[in-house]
Design a protein around this ligand. Structure first.
Ligand code: NAD
Length: 498
C-alpha cells in the first residue's frame, strides 16, 4: 500500500514512523496511508523555509507573480487529475470538485497582481524636504493548517498570497484527504518555485504543535473546527505569533413570507446538500417567518428532495457524495436521532441511505427536519452533513434574534422581495458574510472571507486584501538627505507642522 509523504525543500519524503489510513469514502475501504510527520520532520521543513527566505524575499514581486501565473496554467491543465484526487479521498462529485478548484484558482489569479497590491503608500514633504513612505515587508516563515472539506481551495486561500508577498510557507493539510493538496504543491514547483519556499508536512496534532511553538514561524493561518481554532489561536498568540483561525459555522437562511418560495427551495437544495453539507458556508437552518411560509417551504422542499441523487464521485450525475468517515456518518445520524428525540419532525429521512454497489460507503441521504427549536442539540451544534433544519418563527425580528444569539456567525442569507427588509437585515445582523437572495455568499478572491463571533479568531479575514496585510508587516520610512541644504538646530520637543 502506498504512503502519501511530505514535500520538503522540493523533495518528496516519507516519514514512516507513524502513518494513518486514508479512506475512499464511497467504498469505505482504505486506499492508502498518509505519513504523520514527527517533530524532526517539521523542523526540517522550517529550516528549509528559513534558508529559502532571503533570496525569495529579494525576488522582485513581478517575478514572483510570474511563477503564480504559470501555476494557474498548470492548475487548469491538470484539473482532471486534481478533481479525481479530491473525489477519491473526499468523495466530492467531479462537478463540485471543479467548482472548488476554480474558486481556488481565482485566489492564484489575485496573487498574480501582487506587484500592484504591495505598492505601499508614499507622502512627499511630510516636513521640509522630508519624504515618508510605508512599505509592506514579508514576515518570513509562515504556516497554514487546513481542513478536509476543501483540500484544494482552502490551501489556495493561503499559500499563493503568502508566497507572492515574499514569505516562505509550511502547509499542514488535512490528514484525511492529503493527496490533491500535495499534488498542487508539486505543480507550484513545476511552475518554477524555488525549493524550500513551499513545504508540505502531512500529519496531525504533533506536527501542528511544532508549527505553533517554533520561534522561527512568524504567523499561522488556520481553517477548521471551532474547538481546534480556539486552541490554535490561543497557542500561536501565546508564542508571539500573528494568527488568524477560522472556525465552524451554523448558517441560517431567513425565508420571508414574501419570498419567491420556488427560488428559495432551489437555492436551499444546493446550499444545504451540496458537498454533503460539508461546507462551512452550507445553509443548515431555514428560518421560516410565519406558518404559511414554513408550510409552503417544507412541502415544496419535500417534493424537490425526491430527485436528490447521492452516490460516488465518479458519476457526475450525482448531486453529492458520502461524508468523510464512518465516524462522521454516525455523528450526523446521531444529530438526526437527537432532533427526533427532542420533538422535531423528520420529514425526509436520509439515515438509511444505501447506494447500490457502494454498500460500504459513508453515505447519508438528504434529510429535512421540521419544527426544530433553539434548545435542541442539533440546532446548537454544527452538524456538517446533508441535513436541513426548519425553525418556525413569527416575525423577522424573531428570526434575526435567533441568528444573533447563535454562537457562530459565519454566513447567512435572506430570501425576500422587500428591499427595505433586506437592507435592514444586512445592516444589523451579527454575521460576517451576508447574502440577499444569494444562498452561499462566499466572497470572491478580491474581497476577503471571514465570519464573526466564534467563527473566526483574529483580526483579519482570509485571502483578498486582508491577506496582503496578514502576510506582511508595515514599515514606515522617513527620509531626508543632508544635501537638500536644510540644517536644523537641536530640538527637544516633538516636530510638528506649524
Ligand atoms: P478539524 O478542526 O478537525 O481539522 C482541521 C485541521 O486541524 C486539520 O489539518 C487537522 O489535522 C488539525 N487538527 C485537528 N485536531 C487538532 C488538534 N487537536 N490540534 C492541532 N491540530 C489539529 O476540522 P475538519 O474536520 O478537518 O474540517 C471541518 C471543520 O472546518 C468544520 O467545523 C468547518 O466548519 C470548518 N471549516 C471552516 C471554514 C471557514 O472558513 N470558517 C472553512 C472550511 C471548514
Amino acid at each position: 500500500m502506498t504512503t502519501v509523504g511530505h514535500l520538503i525543500n522540493g523533495d518528496t519524503i516519507t516519514d514512516a514512523k507513524r502513518t494513518q489510513d486514508v479512506f475512499n469514502p464511497a467504498t469505505g475501504e482504505v486506499s492508502h496511508q498518509v505519513a504523520l510527520a514527527s517533530a524532526q520532520t517539521v523542523e526540517r521543513a522550517i529550516a528549509a523555509a528559513e534558508a529559502a527566505f532571503p533570496a525569495w524575499r529579494d525576488t522582485p514581486p513581478m517575478k514572483r507573480a510570474r511563477v503564480m501565473f504559470r501555476f494557474k496554467e498548470l492548475l487548469e491543465q491538470n484539473a482532471e487529475t486534481i478533481c479525481r484526487l479530491v473525489g477519491e479521498e473526499h468523495g466530492k462529485i467531479s462537478h463540485d470538485a471543479a467548482g472548488e478548484l476554480q474558486r481556488g484558482i481565482e485566489n492564484v489569479e489575485y496573487a498574480c497582481g501582487i506587484a500592484e497590491l504591495l505598492k505601499g503608500e508614499h507622502s512627499k514633504n511630510v516636513g521640509p524636504n522630508i519624504d515618508s513612505w510605508s512599505e509592506f515587508q514579508p514576515l518570513g516563515v509562515v504556516a497554514g493548517i487546513t481542513p478536509f472539506n476543501f483540500p484544494v481551495m482552502v490551501p489556495l486561500w493561503m499559500f499563493p498570497m503568502a508566497i507572492a508577498s515574499g514569505n516562505c510557507f509550511i502547509l499542514k493539510p488535512s490528514e484525511r484527504d492529503p493527496s490533491s493538496t500535495l499534488y498542487i504543491a508539486q505543480l507550484l514547483h513545476e511552475a518554477g518555485l524555488p525549493k524550500g519556499v513551499l513545504n508540505v508536512v502531512n500529519g496531525d496534532k504533533e506536527a501542528v504543535d511544532i508549527l505553533l511553538r517554533d520561534p522561527r514561524v512568524q504567523a499561522v493561518s488556520f481553517v477548521g473546527s471551532t474547538p481546534v481554532a480556539e486552541y490554535i489561536y490561543s497557542t500561536a498568540t501565546a508564542h508571539g505569533k500573528r494568527c488568524q483561525a477560522l472556525g465552524g459555522a451554523k448558517n441560517h437562511a431567513i425565508v420571508m413570507p414574501d419570498a419567491d418560495i420556488d427560488n428559495a427551495v432551489n437555492q436551499l437544495l444546493g446550499a444545504a446538500f451540496g458537498s454533503s453539507g460539508e461546507r462551512c458556508m452550507a445553509l443548515s437552518v431555514a428560518v421560516a417567518v410565519g406558518d404559511a411560509a414554513a408550510d409552503a417551504l417544507v412541502e415544496k422542499m419535500q417534493v424537490a428532495m425526491q430527485s436528490l441523487k447521492v452516490g460516488a464521485h465518479t458519476d457526475s450525475k450525482n448531486d453529492f457524495g458520502p461524508v468523510i468517515t464512518r465516524q462522521h456518518q454516525q455523528k450526523v445520524i446521531g444529530y438526526i436521532n437527537s432532533a427526533e428525540e427532542q420533538g422535531a419532525t423528520v420529514v425526509v429521512d436520509g439515515r438509511e441511505s444505501c447506494v447500490p454497489g457502494y454498500e460500504g460507503g459513508f453515505f447519508v441521504g438528504g434529510t429535512l427536519i421540521d419544527r426544530v427549536t433553539p434548545e435542541m442539540v442539533s440546532y446548537k451544534e454544527e452538524i456538517f452533513g446533508p441535513v436541513l433544519q426548519v425553525v418556525r418563527v413569527a416575525s423577522m425580528k424573531d428570526a434575526m434574534a435567533l441568528i444573533d444569539n447563535h454562537e457562530y456567525g459565519n454566513g447567512t442569507c435572506i430570501f425576500t422581495r422587500d428591499g427595505e427588509a433586506a437592507r435592514y437585515f444586512s445592516d444589523n445582523i451579527k454575521v460576517g458574510m451576508v447574502g440577499i437572495n444569494v444562498p452561499l455568499p462566499v466572497p470572491v478572491a478580491y474581497h476577503s472571507f471571514g465570519g464573526w463571533k466564534r467563527s473566526l479568531f483574529g483580526d483579519l479575514h482570509a485571502y483578498g486584501p486582508d491577506a496582503v496585510r496578514f502576510y506582511t508587516r508595515r514599515k514606515t520610512v522617513t527620509q531626508r538627505w543632508p544635501s537638500s541644504g536644510v540644517r536644523e538646530g537641536v530640538e527637544f520637543s516633538m516636530p510638528t507642522m506649524k
